[in-house]
Every structure is written in structure tokens, then in C-alpha cells.
Design a protein around this ligand. Structure first.
Ligand code: AGP
Length: 594
């Protein structure tokens, strides 16, 4: 269990715990605030924990501060039922009040503890029946693991809106929120769907619906290698994943380019759907949303259809205009982001066709979309996404070419030119990565700036959004991204001597316009780190304090190259600040709570 928890450390957490059934002592629970290593030391301190069955958990605090009491597993008052929970029990206050009125004393401030206490309340000799009663009573999102001392040969699991995967190992059955925890022990897995309950013994798994009727589940084989989830000699997963981008993009593109054409076998829409499509609604969060921002410029140019980009957390509550002629393009690395999932369900309910771009095979968004295009980035462990972003962007180009051909919207010669440039992209990414020492040097001279602004126009603006997010999430520096032309409408008041402005000016037709904005910030004392293409370096160098270049390519492909120096810059700045790069504070890899 400790090994499994270590493999999930990348997801972000603040406390950890274990419950093991020991034949003599019953349920033994060890919990601690802090890292899995601290938990392991406590286990060692007690001379180990012997047992054949148990539950482990890492908690990312929502209700109640990170503390030993608030960490999982939570145990019912009589000490006989242990529970781990991911998600949020939305009606916990009402249930807690009810249980307290019956005399139950709570040991934590969490929403999760109500599950353990409610199980004890309903338990009448059958833990499965108690679980169904609890599931009918609680509202919210959950992935639950339950261990009852009265039936110590089995675990019970249940899910709604939070991922759970079951593993079929040699002489053992396993349960986890992410396949990464299981891969060392088995490649045979099955994903629980919403509303399902599972019962696991060492050699059997039974899956039921909410009324305990048996459900047949399909097993899947995980085909990625365990080394993909290891650092392979790099100091951090983030750097490893940055360096893997040429391969990840190549793996995403190659199978879909056949005989000089883009072939998306995975996608088939009813006849005329694309021609009659009224809009594309891109739905995503965080960096995936930033890919959506770039997609707006790229797909509108190639398809001549309106593309609206929505933050998933806003989309679901804004009464969105969606029709059966709308294509909802859902972008998610994990395929489990709860806001994105909920927004996707809303788009589906309103009649949209859902096409998703997902990295994790078998994830909930992938399973619930009408069609899915997998990015073949391999497992991404660092919380700050890099190779998943790049492969999502690569997928946008493939969609633009494929749909553009069907719609006949690409100007003559554009298809072949763009496709040829796309095929050169992995080699050009290698070229950009080979300049990382220069970026490391620039990070060493810039890392002390307290405030950083990223500016750019058009696709450069979309990349600036991602550059700014990368920097703030791993280095904790304050940074903002602005459309360069927007700066003078207010934000320029923040520019003063010592402010660092990262100016992205790779978009040739808008170079002079962006340079005007660079002059404006420079004359107010800002230090400017300018990113442009090699032929424009000298022009950039006349104003910028420092320059960085990327090779020339098709203008629509520039974001794929531009983002790499932004990722490396953030990485090296964070390194110089001594930050916990792979597991930045307060962040989780996959955000499965609203
Ligand atoms: C980016 O570095 C972040 N980890 C975060 O913004 C992430 O992109 C966002 O949470 C969306 O995740 P998803 O792609 O897995 O849905």
C-alpha cells in the first residue's frame, strides 16, 4: 500500500494514512500529516503492520485543515469500519447533525467521516446492504474504499463522479483511484462506472449496481510500461516529460498520418454533421483550456466555423447555447477533471455531439464521450502538464486538417504545406530542447523578479497564458498573461522598474504591433525577455533585454515550439527557488472535486 501511495504522490496531497486488518488486534490505523515517507517511518516505528487486507489513502484537504485527525482512513465510532474517500459529500453537515443527535461523536472535521459513521449506523450484519443505504443517503462525489472488521476477507468499493479502478493481480485483487498505483502488480484492470459497487476478495471481484444487481464488467489491459512512470535519471518528472515531447508528439501524429493524409479512424459523425455544424464549443480547464484558446485561432482559420472556448467550471452554470448541431470538443489530460466531466455531461444533455481529446485510456471522459481521440503522451506524472499540452495541441492540428478537408475550407496548397510542417514538428521540438542551456542561463538572471507579465497577440497570447500558468504553479511567482494590445487598458500601471515582461512575438504579421507594446513596457523600466523566430531575433534584440528564438515553421504551428521555452523557463526558475517542482503546494494532478 505504501508503494501504491508513493506512486500516487504526484497527484498532490497533504496527509496520508493506512488501515490494516490484523487478526489479533482488529483494525489498526496509522495516519499522519505530511508525506508518505513520514507515514512509512511511523509504520516502521511500530515494527511494521502485518495483515492481508487494508486501505491506504493520501488526502488533499477540502473540509478541515491538513492534520492527523482529518486524514483518512476514517473509522466508525466502534472502531470496526474503516473508510477512505475521494470527492466531497455535499450533504455531510445534515448527516453529521443527524448522527450527532443520535449520540455519535466525530473524530474529525471532514465530510468523509460521515460515511464511516453512517455505515456503522446502518450496519446490520451485511456491509454491502449498509453501503447501499449509505449511498442512497449521501449526495456529492465519491470514490470509496471500505473495510469492515466483521468480514476481513473483503473490501467494498463504490463510485460516483470520482475515478476508481480495480486490478486483477496474481492471487490478489486491488483497488485504486489511478492505474499508476496498480501497474507494478497487474496490467489487467476494470474501471468502475458511476453508481456501481464492487466487492473484492483476494481472488474474486463482484460488481453490482446501486440495487445490488450483478453487473458484467469489461476488463482492459494497460499497455504502458512501468518505466514510463519513473524518472529515468532526470532530477524531476517535469524535466523528463518536457524532454519526452518530441516522442510524445510523434506518437500522437504518426499513426494518424497515412499516405500524405490525416486519417482519424476514431471519429465518425453522421453524414453532413460537419457541414451543418453551427459551432465548436471547446470545454476544458487549466492548461487544457489554454490549448482550447490556441484551438480557437487554429480551427477558426482552418474550418471557418465559430469556435467558442469555455472554462468548464463556468460552462455548466451559464445556460450555454448548445444545439444538436454543436460539436463539444472536450480536452482533458486525465479524463477525470470533475468540472470538465460535468460540463461535458451538460453539453451532451443539451444535444451536442461530444468529441474528446484525452490522454488517459479508459478514463471517465473518454468513456462517456461520443467519440474520443487519445493523445499518446504516456503517463504524465508532474503536476504541471507539459507533454500532454503538446500532444493536445498536435491533435488540434490533426482535427483542423481532417475536418478542413471534409469541409473544403482549406485554401489550395494549405493542406499539403501544413501537413508537411506538422511532420517536421517532432524534429523541431528536439532542436528547441537542445537550446535549454540558454534558457537555464536566462532563468538564472531573471529568477529574482517578483512579478512577471506575459504578453503576446493572437497565438502568442494563447501561449503566454500557458507560460504564465507554468511559472506561477511551480515557482509560486506572481505572473499574469495579457493580450499585448490590452495592456494599455489598465495593467500597464503595474509596470515599473524591475518588472519582468516576457514578450512573445513569433507571429510575423503582428510582430511590429507587439514590438510597440514591448517599447511601452521597456520605457517604463521593465526588463523584457523576448521570444521570437530566428529571422526576427535581431529586430527583437534592439529593444528586448534578453532574446530567445524558436525555428521558423508554419505560422499555425508556432505555439507547439513556443511553449517549450516557456516550460523550461518556468522549470529552471522554480529550480533556482528550490521549489517542490513535481508536487507544487496546494495543487493536485487531477482535480476531481468542484
Ligand atoms: C496544468 O499544469 C495543471 N496541472 C492544470 O491546469 C490542468 O491542466 C487542469 O487541471 C486540467 O486537467 P485535465 O487536463 O486533466 O482535465
Amino acid at each position: 500500500m505504501l508503494d501504491g501511495l508513493r506512486r500516487l504522490e504526484y497527484r498532490g496531497y497533504d496527509s496520508a494514512g493506512l488501515a490494516v486488518f490484523q487478526p489479533e488486534q482488529g483494525l489498526e490505523v496509522i495516519k499522519t500529516k505530511g508525506r508518505v515517507d513520514a507515514l512509512a517511518r511511523q509504520v516502521e516505528g511500530r515494527g511494521g503492520l502485518a495483515g492481508d487486507i487494508g486501505l491506504g489513502h493520501t488526502r488533499w484537504a477540502t473540509h478541515g485543515a491538513p492534520s492527523q485527525q482529518n486524514s483518512h482512513p476514517h473509522v466508525s465510532e466502534n472502531g470496526r469500519i474503516a473508510v477512505v474517500h475521494n470527492g466531497i459529500i455535499e450533504n455531510y453537515a445534515e448527516i453529521r447533525g443527524f448522527l450527532q443527535s443520535t449520540g455519535v461523536r466525530f473524530a474529525s472535521e471532514t465530510d468523509s467521516e460521515v460515511v464511516a459513521q453512517l455505515l456503522e449506523y446502518y450496519y446490520n450484519g451485511s456491509i454491502l446492504e449498509a453501503v447501499t443505504k449509505v449511498l442512497h443517503r449521501i449526495q456529492g462525489a465519491y470514490a470509496l474504499g471500505i473495510l469492515c472488521a466483521d468480514c476481513p476477507d473483503r473490501l467494498i468499493a463504490a463510485r460516483k463522479d470520482s475515478p476508481l479502478v480495480l486490478g486483477f493481480g496474481q492471487g490478489c485483487r486491488l483497488l485504486a483511484s489511478d492505474v499508476t498505483a496498480l501497474i507494478r502488480y497487474t496490467r489487467d484492470v476494470c474501471y468502475l462506472d458511476d453508481g456501481e459497487i464492487a466487492e473484492l476478495t483476494a481472488d474474486h471481484v463482484w460488481v453490482y449496481d446501486a440495487y445490488l444487481r450483478p453487473v458484467e464488467k469489461e476488463r482492459r489491459r494497460v499497455d504502458w510500461d512501468i518505466s514510463a512512470a519513473e524518472k529515468g535519471g532526470y532530477e524531476h518528472f517535469m524535466l523528463k516529460e518536457i524532454m519526452e515531447q518530441p516522442k510524445a508528439v510523434r506518437d500522437t501524429l504518426s499513426p494518424r498520418i497515412q499516405d500524405g493524409r490525416v486519417v482519424l479512424d476514431e471519429v465518425s459523425f453522421p453524414k453532413n454533421f460537419l457541414a451543418e455544424m453551427d459551432r465548436i464549443a471547446v470545454i476544458a480547464c487549466g492548461s487544457s483550456y489554454h490549448v482550447g484558446m490556441a484551438a480557437k485561432y487554429i480551427l477558426e482559420k482552418l474550418l471557418r466555423k465559430p469556435v467558442e472556448v469555455a472554462l468548464a467550471s463556468e460552462f455548466r452554470y451559464c445556460d450555454p447555447i448548445v444545439t444538436p448541431r454543436t460539436l463539444a470538443l472536450v480536452i482533458s489530460q486525465s479524463g477525470e477533471t470533475i468540472d470538465t466531466l460535468a460540463a461535458m455531461r451538460e453539453a451532451k444533455r443539451l444535444g451536442a455531439k461530444v468529441l474528446s481529446i484525452v490522454n488517459v485510456v479508459g478514463s471517465t471522459i473518454a468513456r462517456e464521450s461520443h467519440q474520443v481521440l487519445y493523445t499518446w503522451a504516456g503517463p504524465e506524472i508532474a503536476v504541471a502538464t507539459t507533454k500532454a499540452y503538446s500532444t493536445q495541441l498536435a491533435m488540434i492540428y490533426l482535427i483542423g486538417l481532417c475536418f478542413g478537408e471534409v469541409l473544403g475550407t482549406l485554401p489550395p496548397g494549405e493542406y499539403a504545406g501544413l501537413l508537411a510542417a506538422l511532420q517536421r514538428l517532432p524534429d523541431q521540438l528536439e532542436e528547441v530542447l537542445s537550446c535549454r542551456e540558454r534558457i537555464q542561463y536566462l532563468a538564472s538572471v531573471c529568477f529574482n523578479h517578483p512579478s512577471v507579465f506575459f504578453i503576446g497577440r493572437h497565438l502568442d497570447y494563447a501561449v503566454g497564458l500557458e507560460g504564465s500558468l507554468k511559472l506561477k504553479e511551480i515557482s509560486y511567482l506572481h505572473s499574469e498573461a495579457y493580450a499585448a494590445g490590452e495592456l494599455k487598458h489598465g495593467t500597464i500601471s503595474l509596470i515599473e522598474p524591475g518588472t519582468l515582461v516576457v514578450a512573445l512575438a513569433t507571429c510575423r504579421p503582428l510582430f511590429e504591433k507587439t514590438m510597440s507594446n514591448v517599447v511601452e513596457v521597456k520605457s517604463r523600466g521593465a526588463d523584457v525577455l523576448g521570444l521570437t523566430t530566428a529571422p526576427l531575433e535581431a529586430a527583437m534584440g534592439q529593444t528586448a533585454t534578453y532574446t530567445l528564438t524558436v525555428p521558423e515553421t508554419h505560422p499555425l504551428l508556432l505555439p507547439s515550439l513556443d511553449v517549450v521555452p516557456m516550460q523550461l523557463f518556468a522549470y529552471y526558475v522554480a529550480l533556482m527557488h528550490g521549489c517542490d517542482i513535481d508536487k507544487p503546494r496546494n495543487l493536485a494532478k487531477s482535480v476531481t472535486v468542484e
